[in-house]
Design a protein around this ligand. Structure first.
Ligand SMILES: [Fe+2]
Length: 108
């Protein structure tokens, strides 16, 4: 059995993984809107990967007999859904070299 503190931390991480997926989906949609089909596909695949991370952690919580908690998934920044700036410029300008820097900090 997981402690309440660890269950909460893991649940928060599930939320962070799904937030990352949301962010990648928003970026994918923006890239698609610019006709950047390859970039849109790559970003979509990253979203799927983040959802898989969240699902694995969720399953871990259940396998340990704990009950995950669910919070609101934050909306992606409007900048990623805007049509006035290239999503790739937004992506690289944000300093994101990997998916983990897109989400809130992992469990400390
Ligand atoms: Fe992740």
């Amino acid at each position: 059995m997981l402690s309440d503190k660890l269950t909460k931390a893991l649940s928060d991480q599930v939320n962070a993984e799904y937030y990352s997926a949301y962010l990648y989906l928003a970026m994918s949609a923006a890239a698609d809107g610019f006709g950047l089909k390859g970039a849109a596909n790559w970003l979509f695949v990253q979203a799927q990967e983040e959802m898989a991370h969240g699902t694995h952690i969720y399953q871990y919580i259940l396998e340990r007999g704990a009950a995950p908690s669910f919070a609101v998934i934050e909306q992606p920044p409007a900048a990623f859904t805007a049509r006035y700036c290239s999503p790739l410029v937004q992506f690289f300008a944000s300093g994101c070299s990997n998916s983990h820097s897109l989400s809130r900090p992992y469990i400390k």
